[in-house]
Design a protein around this ligand. Structure first.
Ligand SMILES: *Cc1c(COP(=O)(O)O)cnc(C)c1O
Length: 406
């Protein structure tokens, strides 16, 4: 027996990533879009906690043009793993990052003149013609040059021989609500810039606006490419946006029952005695807590065990939650519980967890911590999902790999 750190028994709590569903979602979204609209898979923040390398690989295999990322490190990890497709860095770069971007062919979004000049100089030094995507601020007021002040910056880019204005983009402040007034105003402002350029005979090949909400509800804004994050994972940005039939959530969170207690009337459960039994109750302890990203609620929410709802009782601890299984007499030690996802006919959705957190689905997915092992199912070559591939390389794929790079 080899007792090294690669093969120890895995913790009885994990996040399951169904790569089969991911591939199906990608195909369904692709099929929902007009054929000539390109697809940028936004895989920032480990693809919203699902594992950037697996999601990027699946998206590129279904014909995605490239991937969108937030940090230089995220992009370098994909390049190091052998992904050669375009990688678009969203947001703004520090000047010191630009050399790395040019050296590794990472496409930069440009927002202002200083970095345009710096990037042009660096690209010339590498003897490269480097594509850039210009970000237009049409009302989000985050990154980008104002739509009504964009022309001088565009002329600056066009004047730089080492730069190619490959893309022009903007981002919706509100694309998933029923009221599309502001989204339509943003698209109209974007069009003002496009028209002004086209009158000068300048045609930018990749104009892109839509995130998941826009993909679903603003088809007139699809343009040349869409940028999809959340929707790939089978989760909708809001309750009111359009549904694509067949799309299903990719991530589930599971744990096994690690203790069962019988609590007598008048006895309490957990820190600060937040729950007191009024009759004899059977309580299951699940070894997962707020230290894994479970919301720190009390006497709210719960888990699915044997396809039935077990309400959470007491508070959520760092490493444990307690659920009432009095009405599930068949529940035994090490039975599987679902904290997010489906079991039998029941479901605890990402949105249900978001409600407990008073937050949005994006926040729920990205906040499952990495100590919660990602277990890929329906992987083309089975096994752990490849979160933090640098660590995976060092340790050979094993249970520790997904947990190291916090
Ligand atoms: C994160 C992000 C997206 C993806 O948004 P979803 O709603 O997850 O599809 C698209 N564009 C930009 C600029 C982003 O930062």
């Amino acid at each position: 027996m080899n007792f090294n750190s690669h093969n120890f028994p895995q913790r009885p709590a994990w996040a399951e990533i169904d790569l089969g569903r991911l591939r199906r979602n990608l195909q369904l979204i692709r099929g929902d879009l007009p054929r000539d609209v390109k697809f940028l898979a936004v895989v920032k923040d480990e693809a919203y906690g699902h594992g950037a390398l697996d999601v990027a690989s699946a998206a590129l295999a279904t014909g995605a043009w490239g991937c969108g990322l937030s940090t230089l490190e995220e992009a370098m990890i994909l390049r190091d793993a052998g992904i050669t497709a375009p990688l678009l860095l969203l947001g703004e770069r520090q000047e010191a990052e630009l050399e790395w971007c040019v050296a590794h062919d990472l496409t930069v979004c440009v927002n202002e003149p200083h970095n345009v000049r710096a990037l042009a100089r660096i690209a010339a030094g590498f003897e490269k013609r480097v594509p850039v995507h210009l970000k237009i601020n049409t009302g989000m007021s985050r990154y980008g040059v104002r739509w009504d002040e964009a022309l001088p910056l565009i002329e600056l880019i066009l004047a730089e021989k080492s730069l190619v204005l490959e893309g022009m983009m903007t981002h919706f402040a509100q694309s998933d609500e029923a009221d599309k007034t502001f989204a339509n105003l943003q698209a109209a402002r974007f069009d003002e810039v496009v028209r002004a350029l086209e009158q000068k005979g300048i045609f930018v090949p990749l104009k892109h606006i839509c995130n998941s909400g826009g993909i679903l509800d603003l088809p007139h804004a699809h343009r040349d490419m869409v940028r999809a994050g959340l929707l790939m994972h089978g989760v909708y940005p809001s309750l009111v946006c359009r549904r694509i039939p067949g799309i299903e959530p990719v991530m589930s969170v599971k744990a096994k029952i690690a203790a069962i207690q019988t609590v007598k009337p008048g006895e309490s459960v957990g820190y600060a005695m937040r729950y007191t039994a009024t009759s004899e109750r059977r309580i299951a302890v699940l070894p997962i807590g707020y230290g894994d990203g479970f919301p720190r609620v009390r006497n709210e929410g719960g888990a699915l065990i044997h396809g039935r709802r077990a309400p959470l009782v007491g508070g959520v601890a760092m490493d444990a939650i307690t659920v009432d299984i009095t009405d599930i007499p068949q529940a035994r030690m090490w039975d599987e519980a679902v904290l997010m996802g489906r079991q039998g006919g029941e479901e605890i959705s990402v949105r249900d967890i978001a409600k407990l957190k008073n937050s949005v689905t994006y926040d729920v997915l990205t906040n499952w911590r990495l100590r919660l092992r990602r277990k890929a199912v329906n992987h083309p070559d089975q096994g752990e999902t490849r979160i933090s591939p640098r660590d995976t390389d060092q340790h050979a794929a094993g249970p520790v790999a997904a947990n190291v790079n916090l």
